[in-house]
Design a protein around this ligand. Structure first.
Ligand code: ZN
Ligand code: ZN
Length: 396
């Protein structure tokens, strides 16, 4: 396999800090997108803007085609890290490390451009917007991604997580959960609080629903199956002596298996309808599904190849097992659109002894080094596991 250039590139840390200081919300990432496109062009890539994202294509003779994907949106979170390079935008922060993803992916793009003598094939450096709201991958696919770039044989992506900086973690199978948000509206009948018999109280019905929903994970799905059903918001009424007309629940569901997912969603609808029926509502409840994230299900052979490349590059002790994370991603929409296998791995982001702060927390602050070097080398070495032409043995 080709030797990678010396990392990090001297522009990487300043770029990371710049991106961190200038976060942009999902599907509004104009400056970030322009910056990515400009740098890819400088590295010699053929650049296209697709559905709010950017794809750089580097063709280098016959061979396989590999796509890497990095996301670049930030979150509506007010930063409290106190870092000298804190966000300069009120209430917006790169609290999920997507600034790190861009920094590493652009580094890998330069590394691939610089080592063209030692690999063959086509490399696609894809950068997507709007991951946090499950909109960006879909938007790129809807804008014709599949017909605008060469079809990859495999898609790869990574996420900075709570592990030790300098390590990567991989696993075949489900690594991230499917995520579904549901807005449930219960239609009751308003009345004076002293005359409940003249109304249909949606607050009482909502309360029964919240309690009964807890039985899905304990009674409906198998004991070994994973599922989370959370009612994150419940809203009805405004005054103690008025029975309101309606109640609204916001639900969030996480699962690691499509059959379990279907079972849980069916049970939710059944319970809500049943409780509404029991309460005598004048109208059927409404269900509005949103922020729907697919399951991230790593292909076994692809993941084995990535893991082997990491072990060869970083050493056995730097490659750990990735336990499934009950968070969700829209990455798999991209490989699914092409109908190709994929692997998604974790990039350790925290120093030894540091208490890792979870993604989306206002204090989320990954260690810059060696996270940048590791994330850059991880992408490049994984890509070269398909495109590298020199057998490992000839390098020794
Ligand atoms: Zn996130
Ligand atoms: Zn993220």
């Amino acid at each position: 396999m080709a030797d990678l250039p010396q990392l990090p590139y001297d522009w990487q840390e300043p770029l990371y800090k710049h991106l961190h200081q200038h976060p942009e919300l999902s599907m509004e990432e104009h400056e970030t997108r322009a910056e990515i496109a400009r740098r890819l062009s400088e590295f010699g890539y053929e650049v296209q803007e697709i559905g709010g994202g950017v794809v750089g294509v580097l063709t280098n003779g016959d061979g396989a085609t590999v796509l890497t994907r990095a996301d670049f949106d930030a979150l509506p979170v007010a930063e409290t890290t106190g870092l000298p390079y804190s966000s300069t935008v009120d209430g917006v922060m790169h609290a999920c490390g997507h600034d790190m993803h861009v920094t590493c992916a652009l580094g890998a793009a330069q590394a691939m451009a610089e080592t063209k003598d030692s690999w063959q094939g086509t490399y696609l450096a894809l950068f997507q917007p709007g991951e946090e709201i499950a909109a960006g991958a879909r938007s790129m696919v809807d804008d014709g991604l599949v017909n605008k770039v060469p079809r990859p044989d495999v898609c790869l992506s990574q996420h900075v997580l709570g592990g030790l900086s300098g390590t990567v973690s991989t696993s075949p199978g489900a690594v991230l959960s499917a995520g579904d948000s549901i807005k449930v509206t219960i239609h009751g009948k308003g009345s004076h609080g002293s005359m409940p018999h003249l109304g249909v109280d949606p607050v009482v019905i909502a309360a029964s629903i919240v309690v009964r929903l807890q039985s899905i994970v304990s009674r409906v799905i198998a004991p070994g199956d994973f599922g989370v059903v959370t009612v994150g918001s419940i809203q009805a009424g405004s005054k103690s002596n008025i029975i309101p007309d309606s109640a609204t629940l916001l639900l969030n569901v996480r699962t690691y298996d499509d059959a379990v997912r279907t079972k849980v969603l069916e049970a939710i609808e059944r319970i809500v309808r049943g409780e509404c029926e029991a309460g005598g509502t004048p109208q059927e409840p409404d269900f509005e599904y949103y922020d729907r994230f697919p399951l991230t299900l790593n292909d076994e052979a692809t993941t084995a190849r990535v893991t082997e490349a990491f072990r060869a590059h970083f050493g056995e002790d730097k490659v750990t097992h990735m336990a499934p994370v009950p968070a969700s991603e829209d990455f798999s929409i991209i490989p699914d659109a092409f109908g190709v296998p994929y692997s998604y791995w974790g990039l350790g982001g925290f120093e030894e002894g540091a208490t890792p702060v979870g993604n989306h927390n206002p204090k989320f602050a990954p260690a810059i080094h060696p996270t940048i070097e590791t994330g850059t080398a991880a992408l490049a070495s994984a890509v070269l596991a398909w495109l590298g032409t020199t057998p490992e043995s000839e390098n020794r």
